[in-house]
Design a protein around this ligand. Structure first.
Ligand SMILES: [Zn+2]
Length: 267
């Protein structure tokens, strides 16, 4: 990259506005021929600059300035006042206008660029969402397939036990059925479980003939109060005297503490 690139790049706004002084213009165009970055910037700025005359009042270089430029080029005086007036005063308004136009062009370019970046970010976000949705669907499908295999294994178990659960006073309409195999686990299906307050969960228990209830797991019914789930149960679990569902704090508890919602004995 040429050492003058940064300097030249700052002129690209003025260049597309046709506002560069002849000496700068020659230098800039020479640089442009060898600098891809500046060429890209210029072609990005052109449409913005082209849109500007419609929105920004055109400023004609004052006659005095035109005269001074012509004089410099041709070596002939076109105005008797040219040399008798200070240069700064008449040039300043035109330069200020050009600087304004350049700033507007760069501002427009920045807006355009920001728009392009936002658009790309949106596309990236959508692509990521699609990928993780696909991942999620694969994981869901795999889990569903495993659950189905597990359910079939439980339901085909030679030591299968069926337990029908009926709703208790907090949930009179609720009902559930548990299929339990000591060797393979439990399939639990429930319906009409009422929605719980935030921070509360349903917990499923096996109540053995002797000793404390054993937690099978937490139940997360859908919005209609329905669920079907498979649970691994400890191999040394004693045959259940009963199966029950209680309401407990989120995360579950080692021993039931809350109200019972459903209970039933093996048929
Ligand atoms: Zn450059």
């Amino acid at each position: 990259m040429s050492p003058t690139h940064e300097t030249m790049r700052e002129l690209s706004g003025l260049y597309v506005l046709g506002a560069l002084a002849p000496a700068d213009l020659a230098e800039f165009e020479a640089h442009l021929a060898s600098c891809e970055i500046c060429r890209t910037e210029v072609s990005a700025l052109r449409p913005v600059a082209a849109a500007l005359p419609g929105t920004v009042a055109q400023v004609e270089p004052p006659a005095l300035l035109r005269g001074r430029v012509l004089e410099a080029v041709t070596g002939q005086s076109t105005s008797s006042h040219a040399r008798s007036r200070p240069a700064a005063a008449p040039i300043a308004p035109w330069l200020a206008a050009a600087a304004l136009l350049a700033a507007a062009a760069l501002g427009g370019y920045a807006v355009q660029l920001r728009g392009r970046i936002t658009n790309l970010e949106d596309q990236l976000e959508q692509a990521i969402a699609r990928v993780s949705l696909a991942d999620q669907q694969v994981a869901d499908a795999r889990r569903t397939a495993l659950d189905a295999q597990f359910q079939v294994a439980v339901l085909a178990a030679p030591d299968l036990l069926r337990i029908d659960l009926a709703g208790l006073p907090p949930a009179p309409a609720a009902s559930a059925r548990a299929f339990w195999s000591r060797s393979r686990g439990m399939v639990f299906t429930a319906s009409s479980l009422p929605a719980l307050m935030p921070g509360r969960v349903y917990q499923l228990w096996v109540i053995p003939d002797q000793g404390d209830p054993i937690s099978v797991g937490l139940l997360e019914p859908d919005s209609s109060g329905t669920l079907t789930r498979v649970f691994q149960t400890p191999a040394d679990i004693p045959p259940p005297m009963a199966v029950a569902v209680s309401e407990e704090p989120a995360g579950g508890v080692p021993l039931p503490t809350g109200q019972l919602y459903m209970a039933g004995k093996p048929v």
